[in-house]
Design a protein. Structure first.
Length: 408
């Protein structure tokens, strides 16, 4: 066994002439443990919020989405698309026709995204879980098309869930010359009836800007052919690796298509969350560094107390590096004790929060979740543990080297 490590472990548990050394060491372990608990819990809460956001977007954002690089539409009957739909890892496929149009109701006009979906959309997504109202989930009855709009968009139009007057939708003609003498002839006009339902995702992008209707209506208003679609939504079978499925789809379709998983579809939101998580990690690392200063105080007093023992070791042939390593190992042991206890307490705290949610968000029903969501990831726990050990080592190495040279 390493001599320095052996003596350091003996010093940890041995009696000291000055009891305050043991007290300071205990405070140091407690400080490191508390900082470790804060890091584990904070990173787990960020993971929890990311999971909540992912669940919210499940109803609108598929596991994998396919769009084109240039233009807006592609042929859903192509051989490559059929090959993708036939993959064993693909559970279901839905095609959408999506574009921006002007919507008018009662003299109020707003720009909205009209998303026309086929029958597979409702079956493969959780769209039914975000619907509100007493209407029927119907988009086309063979004659008329029906609208399911976002809750905020409904408020902007002031139409209510059940609107008696149809929504008027105006979309510019994709082809032909612009007629300046008769401006109305430059637009395709169609009407949508009320389904008696609205959806709410608590995300302005969708709640204030989307109307879900049938693909038949979208093709008519945007003048798309019978096989023209703007996107293909893919549901991956349970247990399959989404990244692997995405790579297979991209290799089949080629460079002319953009293949995105759910996180890439909401890149901006997830990027902001990752940046916030990184900043929190950096700030908590600085707090951990401050907590490690207690270790330096404990080691300083221990070096002074054990000066005679160190001089004896020097007389027996131990060089300065062996002696200084004793106290470096001592500091690392204190850091490791704080890291282990902090990780255990942090995981226990996260487990209790998952089960009982005793720390609430506050604000009543204004939030999607009533308590702080927690999701523990092994990579984050490992990162915290390594960070504590690294910061603890860096915090004691230079001071211990300087103190041993001065006092011994």
């Amino acid at each position: 066994m390493n001599l320095s490590l052996y003596i350091a472990k003996r010093y940890i548990f041995s009696r000291k002439r000055h009891q305050v050394i043991n007290i300071i060491s205990g405070v140091a372990v407690a400080g490191v443990a508390l900082a470790t608990v804060a890091m584990v819990c904070t990173l787990s809460v960020f993971n929890g919020f990311q999971g909540v956001v992912a669940k919210q977007f499940t109803a609108m954002d598929p596991d994998v989405k396919v769009t084109v690089v240039q233009g807006k539409s592609f042929d859903k009957n192509s051989a490559a698309v059929a090959q993708v739909a036939a993959l064993p890892s693909v559970s279901a496929v839905s095609f959408s026709v999506e574009d921006v149009a002007m919507v008018q109701y009662g003299g109020r006009q707003v720009m909205a995204t009209i998303k026309g979906v086929d029958e597979s959309f409702c079956r493969m997504s959780g769209f039914g879980d975000i619907l509100y109202g007493n209407g029927e989930l119907i988009l086309y009855d063979g004659i008329n098309s029906y609208a399911i709009m976002g809750a905020e968009l409904m408020q902007q139009l002031n139409c209510g869930v059940y609107f008696t007057t149809p929504l008027e939708v105006f979309a510019p003609n994709r082809k032909g010359k612009v007629n300046l003498t008769i401006p109305a002839s430059n637009f395709k006009r169609a009407k949508l009836l009320s389904s008696g339902l609205v959806f709410m995702l608590n995300q302005p992008k969708y709640d204030a800007g989307y109307i879900i209707t049938s693909d038949i209506f979208a093709r008519e208003i945007f003048r798309r052919g019978g096989s023209e679609v703007t996107s293909m939504d893919i549901k991956v079978r349970d247990g399959e690796d989404i990244d692997e499925v995405k790579e297979n789809v991209a290799s089949i379709l080629g460079e002319g298509f953009v293949v995105q998983d759910r996180y890439e579809q909401q890149r901006d939101i997830y990027k902001v969350m990752q940046v916030e998580k990184l900043i929190s990690y950096i700030f908590l690392s600085f707090i951990l560094l401050v907590a490690c200063f207690n270790i330096i105080g404990s080691l300083s007093m221990l070096i002074i107390e054990k000066r005679d023992n160190m001089n004896t070791l020097r007389s027996l042939g131990a060089d300065t590096s062996v002696i200084s390593n004793i106290f470096v190992f001592e500091g690392c042991i204190i850091s490791a004790a704080g890291a282990v206890s902090g990780v255990i307490l942090g995981l226990l705290f996260c487990l209790l929060q998952q089960q009982f949610g005793f720390i609430s968000m506050g604000g009543g029903d204004d939030f999607v979740v009533s308590s702080y969501p927690v999701e523990v990831e092994f990579a984050d726990v490992a990162l915290v543990f390594v960070t504590v050990l690294a910061v603890g080592f860096m915090a004691v190495w230079l001071p211990v080297k300087a103190l041993t040279k001065r006092f011994i």
